[in-house]
Design a protein around this ligand. Structure first.
Ligand SMILES: [Zn+2]
Ligand SMILES: [Zn+2]
Length: 662
C-alpha cells in the first residue's frame, strides 16, 4: 500500500491524500472519489508512510479508483516546472497540472492508417549571410560550453533567414539525439514553416501541436515525443508542456505576440515558462522577433539574455516609403474612410497589376450602433461593450462575450426606430472599396471570414497566386506569410489601440504597424505604405514611419521608468467579479486594505471599475499591484494566503505579469 498526494483540477490550494494498492508513479493521472463526485487528479508525490503530510487536507483516506497513466506522461522535469509555476502564478496545483496535461486527454483506439511518408531530403536550405551564420554559431557554442545564460534574443531577422537558423539548430541538436521545440503564435502555425521542417527531417520526425489537433493525434504525438521519435515539435502556447525525452532547444518565434499569455487561470505566459523549462532541462532558449517586447530588450541590455542583432540586408524593404496621413480634417468634415492620397495610390497600383493590403484592426461593418432619436449607444445586455453591426449576417454582435442579437428594429431606451451605424470595420471597408474599384477582386480576412481549419490558408494561397488584387484584413494578415506582389499597404485608424487604458498601448501599436508595413516591397521592389491616423504626432507612429526602433525603445523605456511600469517593476493584476456592483465594490476595497496592511511597500492602482466593467453578466473591478522585483517572493507568499482565504477566494482572479489590462 502506498500513499499518494493528488492535485485536483479546482481552485483549491492543497493536495489531497489517497491510498493505492496498484503500482503508480509521480506524474500519473488517477481517477479518485472527491466529495460526492469522481475526478481526475494528478499524483504529485508517492509516499511510503503517512508521517509527513504537511498541509494536506484529509480525513479518512480513500483509495484511488483507477490509475489512468500506467506510465506517467508528466516527466520529473515537468513536475519541477509545475512547482515553479504554482508559486510564480499564485495558482492552485490542480490548475497548473491540468493546463499541462488536460484531464480528459485519453488514449485513442489504435487504428493504424498508413500515411504517405515524406523522407528527409539531402538538399541544403538557404545560404545564411554572415550575421545569421554568426548568430547560429554563438547559439551552438553556448550549448557546447554550457554557458550561462544560454538564452538569446534574435532581433530583426526576416522570415526565411530565421527559419534557416531554426532548421540548423534543430539539425545540430538532432545529431546529439536531442529534441527541439518551436513555439509559434497559434494563428501563425502555417504550412510554410511546417513544410520546411518536414522537408529537412522527414514527416515521421516532425510533430505539430495546436488547439485544433485532435486528442488522438495529440496522444500519438505525446508518445513519440516521450520516446524520442519526434526530433522537432512545432506548436502553440501549450506545446511548452510536451513531455520531451531529451529537450535541447526552445525557439519562441514572434516573441512579441501576446497570445503566448494564457487568458485564464493559471494565467501562464509561455515565454516565461520556456525559460524555466530551458533551465530545468538544460536547453538553449531563443526568442525571435523583429519587434521584441520592451521587457525582453531591457533584459538583453542587462545581459540576462544574449542579444543577437541581424541587420536586414536580404530584402530592400527598408526602402519602402512610409507616409503618415492626418485624417482629422477628412473624418470630421466628410466622414471619409480613405484619404485621397491612399485612393490615388490604390488606383495606380491596380493599373500596373500590383497587389494591395488594407489593414484595419476591427472586424464587422460598423463598430457602433447609435439611436438617432435619443443618441444612446446600443450595448450588449451582458457586457459593457458596444454592439458591432455585421452586415453580412445582419446581426449585432458583442466582441467581448461573442453573443449576437437580431437587429433590434427598436431602441431599447426610447423605442426609436432610426439607427446610425458609425465607424468602419473590415466589412464596410471592403464594401467601400468594391464601390470605388468595381473591376478589382477584393477579399476579406478576419476571424469571421476564416472560421474553419483551412480557411486562412486557402485565402492566403489565393492571394499569393494573385486571384485577388486587394486583401482587407485585421492583424491576421500580418502573420506568417510572404506576398511577393504586394507593393502598397494602407493602414486605417492606426490610433485605435492607442486610446486604450493600457500602458503597453504604444508598444502594441508600434509593433503591429511594423508587422503590417513589413508586408510591402519585400522582394527588392520599392513599396509604399500609408498610415492613416487621427494622431499623426504620436511618437509610436512617428518613430515607426522613420523605422527608428532604437529611439522608440529609448523613449518608451523612459516613460515606463518615470511611471514605474514593467520592466522597472513587477505587476500583479487582481480582478474581482460579482453579480451586484455595490457588493463587489466594498469587497474590493476590503481586499485592497488587507493587501496594503500586509504589503505596505506596494504601489496601488485602483481598485476601480475595469475598462470592461461588465462581462457576461458580471460586474468587474480591478486593481494593479506594482512593486520592485526583489519583493517578488514576499508578495507572492502573501497573495497565496489571500487566495486561499475564504473571504476573498470566491470572487478574485489573480494574474501575475498581466498582459491584458482591460
Ligand atoms: Zn433611442
Ligand atoms: Zn457581451
Amino acid at each position: 500500500l502506498k500513499y499518494l498526494r493528488v492535485a485536483i483540477p479546482a481552485p483549491v490550494f492543497t493536495t489531497f491524500v489517497y491510498s493505492s494498492t496498484k503500482p503508480v508513479s509521480k506524474g500519473a493521472r488517477v481517477r479518485v472519489p472527491f466529495g460526492k463526485t469522481r475526478r481526475t487528479g494528478y499524483v504529485t508525490a508517492v509516499l511510503d508512510r503517512l508521517t509527513e503530510t504537511g498541509g494536506d487536507a484529509y480525513g479518512k483516506i480513500k483509495e484511488v479508483e483507477e490509475v489512468i497513466d500506467e506510465e506517467p506522461l508528466l516527466t520529473d522535469g515537468l513536475c519541477r516546472l509545475a512547482d515553479e509555476m504554482i508559486f510564480h502564478y499564485i495558482s492552485a496545483p490542480g490548475e497548473v497540472y491540468s493546463a499541462m496535461l488536460p484531464p480528459r486527454l485519453t488514449y485513442p483506439k489504435i487504428k493504424r492508417k498508413r500515411k504517405k511518408e515524406t523522407k528527409p531530403s539531402s538538399e541544403t536550405g538557404f545560404l545564411m549571410n554572415s550575421a545569421q551564420e554568426d548568430a547560429f554559431q554563438r547559439i551552438i557554442r553556448a550549448d557546447e560550453e554550457g554557458a550561462f545564460p544560454s538564452k538569446f534574443l534574435l532581433h530583426g531577422v526576416n522570415a526565411s533567414g530565421k527559419t534557416e537558423i531554426y532548421l540548423r539548430l534543430s539539425s545540430y541538436l538532432a545529431e546529439k539525439n536531442r529534441q527541439t521545440l518551436i513555439l509559434l503564435p497559434e494563428i501563425a502555425i502555417t504550412v510554410q514553416m511546417i513544410d520546411m521542417f518536414i522537408k529537412r527531417f522527414g514527416s515521421s520526425s516532425v510533430g505539430v501541436w495546436h488547439s485544433r489537433i485532435s486528442n488522438g493525434k495529440k496522444m500519438e504525438n505525446i508518445r513519440k515525443i516521450k520516446n524520442g521519435d519526434l526530433k522537432v515539435l512545432i506548436g502553440s502556447r501549450s506545446a511548452v508542456f510536451a513531455p520531451f525525452k531529451s529537450l535541447g532547444g526552445i525557439v519562441v518565434d514572434e516573441e512579441h505576440d501576446h497570445s503566448y499569455k494564457e487568458g485564464n487561470s493559471p494565467f501562464y505566459d509561455a515565454r516565461w515558462v520556456s525559460e524555466k523549462r530551458g533551465e530545468i532541462e538544460n536547453a538553449v532558449v531563443v526568442y525571435s522577433s523583429a519587434t521584441p517586447t520592451l521587457e525582453t530588450m531591457y533584459r538583453s541590455k542587462r545581459k540576462e539574455i544574449n542579444y543577437l542583432k541581424i541587420p536586414q540586408k536580404v530584402f530592400k524593404s527598408d526602402e519602402t516609403k512610409v507616409r503618415i496621413v492626418d485624417m482629422n480634417h477628412s473624418v470630421k468634415f466628410k466622414g471619409a474612410i480613405f484619404s485621397t492620397r491612399l485612393l490615388r495610390s490604390i488606383e495606380q497600383a491596380l493599373s500596373v497589376n500590383k497587389q494591395i493590403i488594407i489593414y484595419i484592426n476591427r472586424r464587422g461593418y460598423a463598430p457602433a450602433v447609435i439611436c438617432r432619436e435619443c443618441g444612446e449607444n446600443i450595448k450588449c445586455s451582458d457586457c459593457s461593450s458596444s454592439l458591432v453591426y455585421h452586415r453580412n449576417s445582419g446581426k449585432l454582435s458583442c466582441h467581448l462575450c461573442g453573443s449576437s442579437f437580431k437587429n433590434p428594429g427598436k431602441c431599447i431606451y426610447c423605442k426609436g426606430e432610426v439607427f446610425a451605424y458609425r465607424g468602419a470595420g473590415t466589412e464596410r471597408v471592403k464594401k467601400a472599396l468594391e464601390k470605388l474599384f468595381p473591376d478589382a477582386n477584393i477579399c476579406r480576412m478576419d476571424s469571421d471570414s476564416v472560421r474553419k481549419k483551412d480557411d486562412a490558408r486557402r485565402v492566403f494561397e489565393k492571394f499569393r497566386n494573385h486571384k485577388y488584387d486587394i486583401l482587407v484584413g485585421t492583424a491576421l494578415v500580418t502573420k506568417g506569410w510572404d506576398f511577393p506582389e504586394v507593393e502598397l499597404v494602407g493602414v486605417l485608424q492606426a490610433e485605435s489601440a492607442l486610446t486604450m487604458p493600457d500602458f503597453r498601448a504604444a508598444e502594441k501599436t508600434f509593433s503591429s504597424l511594423k508587422q503590417v508595413t513589413g508586408r510591402s516591397g519585400r522582394f527588392g521592389r520599392h513599396g509604399e505604405v500609408f498610415i492613416q491616423t487621427l494622431t499623426p504626432g504620436h511618437y509610436a507612429i512617428r518613430y515607426m514611419a522613420e523605422r527608428d526602433y532604437e529611439s522608440f525603445y529609448e523613449k518608451e523605456l523612459e516613460i515606463r521608468k518615470e511611471c514605474f511600469y514593467p520592466p522597472y517593476c513587477k505587476l500583479v493584476k487582481i480582478v474581482g467579479e460579482g453579480r451586484t456592483e455595490n457588493n463587489l465594490e466594498s469587497r474590493m476595497r476590503l481586499c485592497a486594505q488587507y493587501i496594503k496592511k500586509k504589503l505596505p511597500f506596494t504601489e496601488f492602482l485602483g481598485p476601480s471599475k475595469a475598462h470592461r466593467g461588465r462581462l457576461r453578466g458580471k460586474y468587474r473591478w480591478q486593481m494593479l499591484l506594482k512593486y520592485r522585483e526583489g519583493k517578488d517572493v514576499e508578495v507572492k507568499e502573501m497573495l497565496r494566503k489571500m487566495r486561499a482565504d475564504e473571504r476573498f477566494a470566491k470572487y478574485l482572479k489573480i494574474d501575475a505579469d498581466p498582459v491584458e489590462m482591460l
